[in-house]
Design a protein around this ligand. Sequence first.
Ligand code: HEC
Length: 160
Amino acid sequence: MRPIFFALLLLAGCDDAINQPKLPAYRSAAVGPGKVPPDRIEANQRPAPPPPLTAALLARGQDQYRQFCMPCHSELGDGRGMVVQRGFSPPPSYHEARLRDAPTRHFYDVITGGYGAMYSFADRVRPADRWAIAAYIRALQRSTDAAPADLTVAQREALP
Ligand code: HEC
């Protein structure tokens, strides 16, 4: 008796599933495989204007850089981070002439869209924080590329 009972239950279940109304897989033409909903493009990809350069922006940039970029690019930005030491393909140093001469916007764009072997950080780093990181990378670059003329007399005299 028992197996028959279960078989009937199973059949009843099948019948319910078969008779359910069919819904279209995707209600909106904008959503579906290979298509990103417009509101996500808004949040992740829409370019944001650069905020004013302040000490707070640099501090935020340092914090975000250390979280998201340092594992590969290293604390100094020379491209010898921990992940690279463990075998990930090495990024270029931020201190090479090409990246020193690149517009700040280039760093923003690389974070947004990725670059070669480097994946995009658009879903992890907010547009405002991309500018903060870009500003911090500028500070890293300056830290190894200052001429004596960039310093005030007092700063020059204080040099060891
Ligand atoms: C998982 C490792 C990894 C992380 C994390 C990472 N990068 Fe990269 N990055 C790379 C690699 C590898 C390249 C070189 C890619 C290539 O040339 O194919 C690169 C290249 C770059 C370049 C140079 C682009 C050029 O013009 O040559 C910039 C700028 C950059 N990354 C910025 C960032 C910033 C900012 C972050 C943090 C938000 C970050 N990266 C996080 C691995 C990483």
